[in-house]
Design a protein. Structure first.
Length: 202
């Protein structure tokens, strides 16, 4: 990877975003990000099938793989369960929104000669994550199509609940993955975002 300055590849991306992180004080952000990073390290303990690039952001972490989409799906499911288990044991919960997408990514080397992922796919998952309820996983149609084979008689995978509604400002439908730890019927809502779409942070 380090001998390549720029590369375009088909990738699978999961973005784990801390909900309302920018509204926290500096001290709260430092404490929350430390707890979040510790949970992410556990969630990433998934067999690596191909190139995996982990990118830290101010409000979360982006994980990109160039292999099978099952890897990022499993990372998302792991993190969702880990966050839930952590939150039921604390009075200071870590609230995370999830976004999944499959598409073209741009891989470049940063100043330290380490791979960094850029492009529309990264921008898209960052926007989508802001629509997710705490501990809810949202996926694009492209990711649903890439993982369609997982729904054919397989077990221990996330079943897609179906399209929620058209996000007019994004111009594409989003799908919700059932929350793995509860049977709450959150998929019959008319809106699944953390507020009105017109006030969303983009």
């Amino acid at each position: 990877m380090n001998d390549s300055i720029h590369k375009t590849a088909s990738g699978n991306v999961v973005y784990l975003e801390l909900v309302d992180f920018s509204d926290k004080t500096d001290a709260e952000q430092i404490d929350l990000k430390s707890k979040f990073n510790a949970l992410v390290k556990v969630a990433l303990k998934v067999p690596q099938t191909d190139t995996r690039i982990v990118t830290d952001t101010v409000e979360g972490v982006i994980v990109t793989t160039l292999g099978a989409p099952e890897e990022v799906l499993q990372i998302a499911a792991n993190m969702q369960n880990i966050v839930h288990q952590y939150n039921i044991r604390t009075t200071a919960p870590v609230l995370v929104g999830f976004a999944l997408h499959s598409g073209q990514v741009q891989i470049v080397n940063d100043i330290h000669d380490q791979p960094q992922v850029l492009g529309d796919a990264i921008k898209l998952v960052q926007r989508i994550a802001s629509f997710a309820q705490p501990n809810e996983i949202l996926a694009t149609q492209a990711f649903v199509a890439a993982t369609a084979h997982l729904m054919q008689g397989e077990t221990n995978v996330i079943d897609y609940a179906g399209i929620l509604n058209e996000r007019h400002d994004l111009g594409l439908p989003l799908y919700a993955c059932p929350v793995s730890y509860t049977h709450l019927d959150v998929y019959k809502r008319q809106s699944c975002g953390r507020g009105d779409a017109t006030t969303k942070r983009i």
